[in-house]
Design a binder for this molecule. Structure first.
Ligand code: CDV
Length: 314
């Protein structure tokens, strides 16, 4: 009989207006955190960029205007109330935000998340690696997707931390579409992957896709990642119509067998809770997905050499 039970809350957010200060967003995060604690959650997971509107959806040229969306320290006086409340409630959290990092004379901009334990200590930090979209202004598009303009590629890899009684990793939004992101953590015996996303209903590649596909691909990639690596996945949306961009909800908690065990019903602020058995993936990890017995890495190498591992050209 397992004793490794962990109650987790996925805290979906509705839109954050562009002209709203950090304070209003903080109030909403704290309200969701209190609701999570009332449901006896030990960990609450917030979306990608949970403190501001998702600004890569519009073009800006002025460095000061851009930097206003970034946190220079974490925690900082604006965000400290969230850390204080978490410590008071003895609840951990995962928070997505935009990070301005000074490395000597160099300033870097990352799309980041941190994991904080029940005592308010930072367990780990992740910087988004797969940055979708484009670097140049594309005025003919209805909205922009300028992550390549505003962010540097994350430089911390995908570590897995021992926390909350299990092995926990983080990724951010577009990462969830890449099997490598889950696999790097799967190879470290990850048991719980936390991720937030901002995903528009409309294709950012200008493709004329049927409207059901963004949600289908969202769930497909998270359920496949969970199943193939026998890990829990908690995926948390910033949903609804934000600055004219309609984003999907679908916040959900997915078991190591690939099944959705809890899912949001709205596109607003909404808490989705479940009690996870962190041992649930063990059967798969000792069976079909026992990596040392069944993975055929020597063959993967040959295939990569023959093909050059390149996709089609433009
Ligand atoms: N924030 C994201 O990374 N969004 C992308 C969109 C732009 C496709 C995603 O993969 O959901």
């Amino acid at each position: 009989m397992s004793t490794r039970l962990l109650t987790v809350a996925a805290a979906q957010l509705g839109p954050i207006p562009r002209d709203e200060g950090r304070g209003a967003a903080l109030d909403r995060l704290i309200a969701l955190m209190r609701a999570a604690a009332a449901r006896r959650a030990r960990l609450v997971v917030f979306p990608e960029g949970a403190l501001t509107a998702f600004f890569p959806h519009w073009f800006m040229d002025e460095p000061a205007e851009i930097d206003a969306y970034f946190e220079k320290d974490m925690p900082n006086p604006d965000v400290q109330p969230l850390f204080n409340e978490a410590r008071r409630l003895e609840i951990g959290f995962c928070l997505g935000y935009f990070e301005l990092a000074r490395e000597g004379d160099v300033v870097r901009h990352y799309n980041t998340s941190i994991l904080v334990d029940e005592r308010g200590g930072v367990v780990g930090q992740y910087r988004k690696i797969h940055l979708p979209g484009h670097a140049e202004h594309q005025p003919r598009q209805n909205f922009q997707n300028l992550e390549k303009r505003y962010f540097d590629v994350g430089d911390l890899g995908w570590p897995v931390w021992r926390a909350f009684g299990g092995n926990v990793g983080m990724m951010i939004c577009n990462d969830r579409r890449w099997p490598e992101a889950y696999r790097v953590m799967g190879l470290q015996d990850v048991e719980l992957v936390l991720l937030g996303y901002n995903t528009p209903y409309v294709s950012v590649n200008g493709l004329d896709e049927p409207p059901h596909l963004p949600m289908f691909h969202n769930l497909l990639s998270m359920q496949a990642g969970a199943y193939q690596n026998a890990t829990w996945v908690v995926g948390v949306a910033k949903a609804g119509i934000e600055e004219g961009v309609h984003q999907i909800g679908g916040t959900c908690i997915i078991s190591p067998l690939g099944e959705i065990v809890a899912q949001a019903a709205t596109e607003g602020d909404e808490l989705v809770c479940a009690t996870l058995d962190l041992d649930l993936g063990l059967g798969q990890k000792r069976g079909s997905f026992r990596f040392d017995a069944h993975r055929r890495t020597e063959h993967y190498g040959l295939i990569v050499e023959r093909t050059g591992a390149k996709g089609p050209k433009d």
